[in-house]
Every structure is written in C-alpha cells, then in structure tokens.
Design a protein around this ligand. Structure first.
Ligand SMILES: NC(=O)c1ccc[n+]([C@@H]2O[C@H](COP(=O)([O-])OP(=O)(O)OC[C@H]3O[C@@H](n4cnc5c(N)ncnc54)[C@H](O)[C@@H]3O)[C@@H](O)[C@H]2O)c1
Length: 319
C-alpha cells in the first residue's frame, strides 16, 4: 500500500537568507499581491489560538501557483524577559495538487523577507516619481530588512533612527546611509516605521507633501505608529482590509470612526491597475502593512524552487 511517504526539506533561517536576495523578495511579494488581487491565490483569514497566560499561536494559510502553505507562528511577548524569542514558528509548504508536504521552513526569515518586500513594493507603487531618500524608524530585525529591500530597489540614501543607537548605526554602516533622529528620518521621501507600535512616531506636523509612509510595525490590535490626525490627512492603502482594519495601523482610526472601507485601497488592486494609486505628486500616501500569508507563500515558493535547483543546503526527512 502506498502510505504517502514523502521527503520533506527542512530549511533553516540561515539557508533562507543566504538563498533569497532582497530584490527577489520584492519581486515575489509583488507577485503575491497581484495574484491575490486577480483572484488566483486564496487566503482564508488568520486564526488566533490563545494560549493563556503568556501568548497566542496564529495559523496563516494560503494557496497559489500549485502550492499550499501554513504559517504557524507565535506571539509570546514575555518570553523576552526569559531570554527566549517572542515570535517563532515554521512554515509548512505542500503540493496543492496532491497534498504532499514539500518543505518545513523556519519562519522569521520568511517573515523578514516578505515584510521588507512589502515596504519596497508599496514605495514602487505609491511614492511619487523622483522619490529617493528613505527614513527608517525602528532598525530592529524587520526594519533592517525593509531598508535592505528598499536599497535593493535603488532607493536611498537613508536616515536610520532607533533609540538603540547601535542598531541604527549598524544598519546605516551596512547600507552606506546615516544614523539620525526621528524628526530627520520622518522627513525623508519614503518613511518606513517598524517599531513595536507603543507610541506614535509619525505626527501630522512632521508630514510634508509627496511623502510615502509604509507603516509596518502595527500588526496587531492595540499597536499604533501614526497619529490619528496624520492618518486622516493621508491617502490610505493597506495589504488587506479585513486584517488591517481589525488589527493594523488603521484599526484605531476605524474604531474612532475617522476611516471607513471606502477610504482605503488594497495595494493589490493598485498593482493590478483596477484601482487608483497616488493621484497627485503632493498627496501623502500611507500603506498599512499587517503581513499576509500570501506574502509568506511567495517567499516560501522562491525558497523551495532554490532548494529544488540545488541552491539551498538542507537536510531532508522522510515522514
Ligand atoms: N507588518 C508586518 O508584516 C510585520 C512583520 C513582522 C513584524 N512586524 C511588527 O514590526 C514591529 C517590529 O518588529 P521587529 O521584529 O523588527 O522587532 P525588533 O524588536 O527587532 O525591532 C524593533 C525596533 O524598534 C525600535 N524602537 C522602539 N521604539 C522606537 C521608537 N519610538 N522609534 C524608533 N525605534 C524604536 C527598537 O529599539 C527596536 O530596535 C513589531 O511590532 C512586529 O510585530 C510587522
């Protein structure tokens, strides 16, 4: 009897980051938004499984291009006090045609590439022609990948801001940019916010005409990086309305009654040319990224292809 035995590749985060260039991450992330907007890729809503008293698990499924993915990821904020990561998990990639498992992939590396990729895709789609300089507010793990992805698309130079001066300086040195304060970072053509979302880092009085803001840090209910008045003065975009309005940067504006569904365009529709993007050089565009399973699928697809082509070192396991 055929027991459906299959060989799984088990791919580490280090192998993922060695195999996938930032420019590839940007291209693949764009592909995900386009295919989803076209109705070719499927993505049911994220499922939250509370795990009291310390955290929760999230299950994020997606299907497209003959593959199916489940990202199984945690949020245990108090782990940090015990020297453990707050967020960890795996991506399981399967063949969507027959259900065979193909790979188990470390999750943080995939998240960083698709999060950085989304920031750069949003700048390409929404920043005005001639926009070049970058402000990075929050130079931790995902802020650094956002900066790398923007740099890979030709944006820069940039100003890196973080209360941990060593983080800002290391990122600036890596990219040939400079470290600076929040006000200077927030004054660049393209501003990426990737903080824990404890306090606003974008204020209305700091905005100037023609800027593009990619707000990445507020990816769960209760987090915010952009003042309500600033949101109200921007032309608004998001990755997916259901997720962004419930737990993204826009959630507090939605709860306050300042923003409704008709005020916000999903970026996939702009990429697919079924909705307007920026409509003038002067308006300020704001993209709310909450992070979607389709983005993870796009990166996992690239990783799996690289493994199949022999470009990724990874053990295999027979189940
Ligand atoms: N949108 C998405 O797809 C997505 C994906 C991954 C993570 N996130 C979110 O992004 C945020 C950052 O995640 P991370 O993994 O990079 O965390 P991290 O801890 O590695 O980095 C956060 C950085 O922000 C800095 N910071 C804190 N307050 C700041 C402030 N006021 N101004 C400037 N910098 C400040 C910290 O010093 C730290 O370096 C989290 O809220 C996370 O949940 C979003």
């Amino acid at each position: 009897m055929n027991r459906g035995v299959s060989d799984l590749a088990v791919i580490s985060g280090e192998a993922v980051l060695a195999a996938i260039e930032p420019a590839t991450a940007v291209e693949r992330t764009r592909h995900a938004f386009e295919r989803h907007a076209a109705g070719d890729w499927a993505m049911p809503a994220k499922v939250y499984l509370d795990s009291p008293p310390r955290g929760d698990f999230r299950a994020m499924p997606a299907r497209g291009d003959g593959l199916a993915l489940l990202k199984w990821v945690t949020s245990f904020p108090s782990n940090l006090e015990r020297g453990l990561p707050a967020v960890r998990g795996v991506v399981v990639l399967s063949d969507a045609g027959d259900g065979r498992e193909l790979a188990v992939i470390e999750c943080a590396s995939v998240t960083s590439l698709r999060t950085g990729g989304a920031a750069a895709v949003s700048a390409q789609a929404l920043a005005p022609e001639g926009a070049r300089t970058v402000g990075v507010i929050g130079c931790g793990v995902n802020g650094s990948w956002a900066a790398r992805c923007l740099a890979a698309c030709g944006y820069g130079p940039g100003v890196c801001c973080d209360p941990r001066a060593e983080a800002a300086e290391a990122l600036a040195a890596e990219l040939g940019w400079e470290a600076g304060d929040r006000r200077r970072a927030a004054d660049q053509d393209i501003v990426v916010t990737v903080t824990p979302g404890d306090a606003p880092v974008i204020t209305k009085d700091g905005l100037r005409e023609g800027q593009h803001i990619a707000a990445l840090g507020a990816d769960a209910h209760g987090k915010a990086e952009v003042e309500l008045q600033a949101i109200a003065s921007c032309r608004l975009f998001c990755d997916e309305w259901a997720q962004a309005s419930a737990g993204g940067e826009l959630a507090h504006a939605v709860e306050a009654g300042a923003v409704g569904r008709d005020d916000v365009t999903q970026i996939g529709e702009v990429l697919a040319a079924s909705a307007d993007g920026r409509t003038s050089a002067e308006e300020v565009t704001l993209f709310d990224s909450t992070g979607l399973a389709i983005q993870d699928l796009a990166i996992a697809q690239a990783v799996y292809e690289a493994w199949r082509d022999g470009a990724v070192e990874a053990p295999t396991v027979s189940l």
